[in-house]
Design a binder for this molecule. Structure first.
Ligand code: DAH
Length: 354
């Protein structure tokens, strides 16, 4: 019995995994194991022999079983330790640097415009970038052969040969959205329409695609005075300082009267500062919506009147953020974007500084 005990206890101690342990369990105390066979021999013994051999065998069986259980626990602990060692990670390691994207100045200024005009009660209305010639020209009181059509450097969409429907265009301004908004909502109306526009032009101050924001306010008794207030309110909020405007008589087919609007600025060492000095900078076209335009939008010019304006988003972005070259806006150069872009948490300022 001592030999058996010796044999199994040391084999159990040496077992390297649970499979080997199970093997030993079967060999020792399984149904046909050595200890079990010995127990079966008890029947052949004299009662005296049995009295000592019985308890001794039981004790041996217990001892082996508890050695097996203890070894099993030890093996499991060791396996867990090994796994923990393998899956260990150093939480004090600094994170790997990761490049973050940034908000493009156009998106930022677009947001700033919708926020400021939104605060004044203007809703955003959008229209398609591929537009019919009716919306882009005719409805805006620019008939065929009107010089304004030729001046706009329009991109015409291709039409298959024999297709004699009027050619669609890439909209040359956001003004067609005026017509669409009037048709969709009728009067009264207060909308702004930011969006992309297209003209075949390319130099330091022109790109074939750029951005405008259109404004439209129609009601019973809206006047140029309301226009001036809204624009001064907008520019003051946008630039974060009180900004004066100057209206110069001008001509647009879709407004009567029409005005080009300048904002007050100073020029020092080639840099522009808005809201001070005695210089003026042209920033937008505007006027009272022409009766023909109201009619095209399904609004009765005898009952309603209002103002409209159109302004370059890229241009006011350059002015506010000191960006010198328009073309760089659309080069997708990451170095430029990292320099002029905005962090995603830099939300538009509203009435900053005033
Ligand atoms: N659509 C004009 C342009 O792109 C800008 C403009 C001028 C818009 C006067 C207007 C306006 O709404 O009233 O040059």
């Amino acid at each position: 019995m001592d030999d058996l005990k010796q044999k199994y206890l040391s084999a159990i101690a040496d077992a390297s995994d649970e499979g080997a342990l199970e093997e030993l369990r079967l060999q020792a105390v399984g149904k046909k194991g050595e200890v079990s066979l010995k127990m079966r021999e008890l029947g052949k013994m004299t009662p005296e022999e049995r009295q000592t051999a019985g308890p001794a065998l039981n004790a041996l069986k217990d001892e082996i079983n508890s050695a097996l259980a203890a070894k099993k626990v030890a093996l499991e602990d060791a396996a867990l330790d090994a796994r923990l060692r393998e899956e260990w990670l150093d939480v004090t390691l600094p994170v790997r640097p990761q490049r973050q994207g940034s908000i493009h100045p156009v998106s930022q200024v677009w947001e700033e415009c919708t926020t400021i005009f939104g605060d004044m009660g203007f809703a955003v209305a959008e229209g398609p970038q591929v537009e019919t010639t009716w919306y882009n020209f005719d409805a805006l009181n620019i008939p065929d052969h009107h010089p304004a059509r030729a001046e706009m450097d329009t991109f015409y969409m291709h039409r298959a040969e024999g297709d004699d429907r009027p050619q669609n265009v890439l909209r040359t301004h956001t003004s067609p959205v005026q017509i669409r908004s009037m048709q969709a909502q009728g009067a009264p109306i207060r909308t702004i329409s930011p969006g992309r526009v297209y003209r075949a032009d390319y130099d330091q101050t022109h790109t074939p695609m750029f951005h405008q924001v259109e404004g439209l306010a129609i009601d019973r008794d809206i006047s140029m005075a309301n226009l001036k207030w809204v624009l001064e309110e907008f520019f003051s909020a946008y630039f974060g300082t009180k900004v004066k405007t100057r209206f110069r008589a001008s001509h647009f087919p879709f407004t009567e009267p029409s005005a080009e609007v300048d904002i007050q600025c100073s020029w020092e060492n080639g840099t522009v500062k808005v809201g001070e000095g005695d210089g003026w900078l042209e920033v937008l076209g505007s006027g009272m919506v022409h009766p023909h335009v109201l009619k095209a939008g399904g609004v009765d010019p005898a009952a309603w009147q209002g103002f409209a304006f159109g302004m370059g988003i890229d241009r006011i972005a350059m002015l506010k953020y000191g960006i010198p070259d328009l073309r760089a806006f659309f080069d997708s150069d990451l170095r430029w974007l990292r320099h002029y872009g905005f962090a995603s948490l830099q939300v538009p300022t509203l009435r900053g500084g005033i």
